[in-house]
Design a binder for this molecule. Structure first.
Ligand code: HEC
Length: 152
């Protein structure tokens, strides 16, 4: 009985590893299938980063109601309304810039400068490309949570 149980756990693990490999393959393929020079951003990866870096302020659903929101002077932007506030079109480039934050904007800013934060502790071309990808993934995720939904 014990033996049998152990075997089936083993099969489960093999299945999980196989699935992971398949996911990695698909992810690699979709990244490679992008136009040359045109970045491919992943809302899925963006969601993972969002949970780590953004949710505390912007809230689980992006509405600006994270648990830190009350301790800030400015209310974190409702990230699900970015398209509506921009005439129905999601402002992708502007979102990239405002998440990055290294291009000086107007007024003070309570949100961290993610372009710097993600780059730390090493600045080189490869790391810069990684940061660009990470911010792009985040913004792709933001696009996916617009209310009402927007087309890509
Ligand atoms: C410390 C709290 C805090 C965290 C963490 C935070 N934000 Fe913000 N965010 C704000 C605040 C506050 C604003 C409103 C502008 C300002 O005062 O900085 C804002 C504004 C924005 C805007 C501007 C919307 C527009 O109309 O241009 C975007 C996009 C955004 N945040 C995305 C993110 C993303 C993505 C993350 C995670 C990588 C994140 N924020 C993490 C507090 C935060």
């Amino acid at each position: 009985m014990r033996e049998k149980q152990r075997k089936s756990t083993g099969r489960g693990t093999i299945l999980a590893v196989g699935l992971l490999a398949a996911v990695a393959l698909v992810a690699g393929w979709s990244a490679a299938s992008g136009q040359e020079g045109e970045p491919v951003y992943s809302a899925f990866n963006g969601k993972v980063s969002y949970k780590v870096y953004c949710m505390n302020c912007h809230g689980v659903g992006g509405k600006g109601d994270g648990y830190l929101a009350d301790s800030l002077k400015a209310k974190p932007t409702d990230l699900t309304a970015m398209a509506v506030k921009n005439g129905g079109e999601f402002p992708f480039e502007r979102a990239m810039k405002s998440v990055d934050g290294r291009t000086p904007g107007h007024g003070s800013r309570e949100m961290p400068v993610w372009g710097d934060a993600f780059l730390w502790p090493e600045d080189n071309p490869e790391r810069r490309a990684e940061v660009q990808q990470k911010i792009g993934d985040l913004v792709e995720y933001l696009r996916s949570i617009q209310e009402p939904p927007v087309a890509k």
